[in-house]
Design a binder for this molecule. Structure first.
Ligand code: NAP
Length: 248
């Protein structure tokens, strides 16, 4: 069978980079997207090729319509197909209480979160629909269901993403396309967790039944499950990767 082709947004570091390595290890050709971190994205692609895999780096801002079209076209021109979208790129958000949250801050985060998901999903669906096969995986967060102080803008934007994915899942299901959400708790070795004070990281780990934070590889393996055929009859789901912190 022709190798499956996967586009991973925001794959220069953190969860996206771990997912690119995981999927490449499972035989997928991977498109490593980044916005501003060419050396880091090149390093991910280098690792994939060194392990015998196939990777292409594409710089693109996932909130820019022209960039998203170019990103998806690049994959389709190189391999003639795109089977899997992992939308992982993290747009910025303010950390603030509701009392200090201005509408323009919340509005900007909502706009960027949904704009990127909308643009990417629109761009990949025609090819998937034509071929009668597709896997859409979106990165959300446990904060979309359980509030944590200061995280209102991210939590609300990701809750909107969760709902967006369920609507997409219902609409594309007849074409053998699945759409699922992977929702980690705090993930070690990422820009987010590195900004947290040690005391809060320890509290979060202690509050987790499995007594540690998630690792990028934990999340990558769950994404790989939804990207593959083992989860082929599961769609519209919200999969926690959190060591039992939230049991929905
Ligand atoms: N880290 C956590 O604790 C955690 C927990 C739950 C959920 N998540 C979710 O998991 C996903 C990945 O998180 P992460 O912590 O691994 O992120 P990260 O380490 O901050 O990496 C973000 C990635 O997104 C890319 N990016 C940012 N803005 C972009 C844009 N406009 N266009 C294209 N790429 C862009 C970055 O590329 P450049 O380097 O080029 O800017 C980078 O590759 C996010 O959706 C996040 O909400 C994370």
């Amino acid at each position: 069978m022709t190798e499956r082709v996967c586009l991973i947004t925001g794959a220069s570091r953190g969860i996206g980079a771990a997912t690119a390595r995981e999927l490449a290890g499972r035989g997928y050709a991977v498109v490593v997207n980044h916005r501003d971190s060419a050396p880091a994205a090149d390093a991910v692609a280098h690792d994939v090729r060194a392990a015998g895999g196939d990777a292409e780096v594409v710089q693109a801002d996932v909130t820019d319509p022209g960039d998203v079209t170019r990103l998806v076209d690049t994959a389709q021109q190189r391999w003639g197909r795109l089977d899997v979208l992992v939308h992982n790129a993290m747009t910025p958000f303010p950390v603030t209480s509701f009392a200090d949250l201005r509408w323009d801050q919340l509005g900007t985060k909502l706009d960027q979160e949904l704009r990127a998901a909308h643009l990417l999903t629109h761009a990949v669906l025609p090819g998937m629909t034509d071929r009668g096969y597709g896997r859409l995986v979106y990165l959300s967060t446990g904060l979309s269901r359980r509030p944590r102080t200061g995280m209102i803008a991210l939590g609300v934007a990701k809750a909107a993403l969760d709902s967006f994915v369920r609507y997409v899942a219902a609409e594309v299901a007849p074409h053998n396309i699945t759409a699922n959400v992977v929702a980690p708790s705090t993930v070690d070795d990422t820009a987010v967790s590195e900004r947290l004070p040690d005391e809060l990281r320890e509290q979060l780990a202690a509050a987790t039944p499995m007594r540690r934070l998630a690792r990028p590889e934990d999340v990558a393996r769950t994404v790989a499950h939804f990207a593959g055929d083992d989860a082929g009859f599961t769609t519209g789901s919200w999969a926690p990767v959190n060591g039992g912190l939230i049991m929905p």
